[in-house]
Design a protein around this ligand. Structure first.
Ligand code: ARG
Length: 563
């Protein structure tokens, strides 16, 4: 039970039915200063029903309150102020954490049901963009968070592996391609071919015709076209997988757009049977005027199916395969219209589970304040950037802790963790400026800062030969340790809120606060001093390290023992 529940419960018992438990919980406030206790209840919310001055009401209630678990409960003017029994709260929460370790704050909300998470989903033969990185990192963190509250996450990489761009690529490859070059650097070479044919097609319409013809062949199952497609796909995927390895992210499914080729006709049949299809200038659409949305384009005039048609098939397939309780799509904010259409069409098709579909958008990354653009050459190439982050981390480790064993490995954890953490601490729908130096800094609100706080605690515990003990009495009377205890106690709520809002930044900010609170404690209190409070202080430090590590894990960031 957290402190708010506890206060709400004793108030409820003292109020004899004036308010419900939920109403009371909503009214509870955090006092502006700690001199006014930990939680306050505004008695004027009862002035109407009790027809008395709020000061009097506050006093009346206080007389009826069961103060077990509190240091004291006071009526201060129109407020009732609750002062928690610090040693009691501290003892409960610290012992719980020390006992449960990384299982602390696990919740059973999801009952083991599935949550599908559409994440990363880069396009074959195009570079893996920073947007795809955001989707990968946010999606992976949401998967961890949902798992923590009892769901079974299913990470799905909806690869962009079909569409007219493959007609363009095949045409370009047949004209200018070099097999060895593609094998050596698939994404670079395919991108070159893609850029060249797009440029030349502007003055040479024949190329566009050829590309259309090749794509049609591909859709018709032509052997040569399919073999080239498969080769491009395999080579690109190998390169993407290298990035995923570096980031430590795994997928349960790589079923991309092509996977739904044989599942589209069913969608058209259902839409037809429900009388939802309309002809418009030769194309087939679903009208969405009643949703105030543009019509969804289901089939082009030349018969080619479209992005949304594939997403309709994918949604249905996921519902049938995973029977999801929720289906998330971690995709940039520029596709908001697309996902509104997707939900609307599914609703029109009569699927009540359309309500469980959630687009989780995120903002744009800039560099030097400017928008990234492949055409203008302002691009961030992901693999070299990850490598550079690792090098920067290594350099700092060499400065600070040259004798560290396993340096390369720690540098990898710090460098990749820095990029992920920086992304995740940003409010999801905001963008940020990509600044590697700031990301990898050991100071400020960064991943390395939190990792460092964790490693520092672990080293303190090693120095003290710490052994966990059950049922230890914890005193947390000083302001610094009480601050830590309150943060530790709020961890389950923090996780729940992050899940409800699809917002890993809530956990990242929490981890920063906890690391800061510990560093403050460390500056004020001599943890290792040999006196009777030693075991209590070590247990507090241990609980902090456990929760810091678990917070980082939920963000997909590792916590080295030493750095
Ligand atoms: N491949 C798309 C892109 O790069 C993202 C796909 C997102 N997922 C989906 N089911 N539509 O823009």
């Amino acid at each position: 039970m957290n402190e708010k529940n506890l206060v709400a419960k004793v108030l409820f018992d003292a109020l004899s039915g004036d308010l419900t438990l939920e109403q009371i919980e909503k009214l509870l406030e955090k006092p502006k200063s700690s001199e006014l206790g930990d939680i306050a209840f505004p008695a004027f919310s009862l002035a109407k029903t009790r027809r008395k001055a709020p000061q009097i009401i506050a006093q009346e209630i206080v007389e009826n309150i069961d103060t077990t678990g509190f240091e004291k409960v006071l009526a201060t003017g129109p407020y009732i102020n609750f002062f928690l029994d610090k040693p009691l709260v501290a003892t409960n929460v610290i012992n719980e954490i020390v006992e449960k370790e990384n299982f602390y704050a696990d919740q059973a909300i999801g009952n083991g049901t599935n949550v599908t998470i559409d994440m990363s989903s880069p396009n074959i033969a195009k570079p893996f963009s920073i947007g795809h990185l955001r989707s990968t990192v946010i999606g992976d963190s949401l998967a961890n968070i949902y798992q923590k509250i009892g769901y079974n996450p299913v990470r799905i990489n909806h690869l962009g592996d079909w569409g007219k761009q493959f007609g363009m690529l095949i045409t370009a490859y047949k004209l200018w391609g070099d097999e060895k070059a593609v094998q050596a650097h698939p994404i670079d070479e395919l991108l070159k071919l893609y850029v060249r044919i797009n440029a030349e097609a502007e003055t040479n319409p024949q190329l566009d015709e050829d590309a259309r013809a090749w794509f049609r062949k591909l859709e018709d199952g032509d052997k040569e076209a399919l073999a080239l497609w498969k080769w491009f796909r395999d080579e690109s995927l190998l390169e993407f997988k290298r990035i995923y390895d570096k980031l430590g992210v795994d997928f349960d499914s790589y079923n991309g757009e092509a996977f739904y080729n044989d599942k589209m006709s069913e969608i058209l049949d259902i839409l037809g049977a429900k009388n939802l299809l309309k002809e418009s200038e030769g194309a087939t659409i679903v009208d969405l005027e009643k949703y105030n949305l543009n019509p969804a384009l289901i089939k082009k005039s030349d018969g080619a199916t479209l992005y949304i048609t594939r997403d309709l098939a994918a949604a249905l397939y996921r519902k049938r395969t995973y029977d999801f309780a929720k289906s998330l799509y971690v995709v940039g904010g520029e596709q908001t219209g697309h996902f509104k259409q997707l939900k609307a069409v599914l609703t029109e098709m009569g699927y009540d589970w359309a309500k469980d579909i959630e687009h989780v958008p995120f903002g744009l990354v800039t560099r030097d304040g400017k928008k990234l653009s492949t055409r203008k050459g302002n691009i961030i190439r992901l693999e070299p950037t990850i490598d550079e982050a690792v090098e920067r981390a290594l350099k700092q480790i060499n400065d600070k802790n040259p004798d560290l064993t396993n340096k390369e490995n720690v540098a990898h954890q710090v460098g990749t963790g820095a990029i992920k953490f920086y992304d995740l601490k940003t409010d999801r729908t905001n963008g940020y400026d990509f600044n590697l130096e700031e990301m990898v800094s050991f100071e400020g609100e960064t991943g390395p800062y939190v990792q460092y706080a964790h490693a520092r605690i672990r080293s303190i515990l090693r120095k003290a030969n710490y052994q966990a003990q059950a049922n230890l009495t914890i005193s947390a009377n000083d302001a610094e340790s009480w601050e830590i205890v309150k943060l530790l106690q709020s961890f389950p709520d923090i996780i729940k809120r992050a899940a409800d809002k699809y917002e890993p930044s809530i956990i990242a900010k929490y981890a920063i606060s906890l690391a800061q609170a510990f560093n403050k404690y460390y500056a004020h209190v001599r943890i290792l001093e040999e006196n009777e409070g030693l075991q209590s202080r070590l247990a507090l430090a241990n609980a902090t390290a456990i929760v810091l590590k678990e917070s980082l894990r939920l963000l997909g960031v590792q916590a080295p023992e030493e750095m």
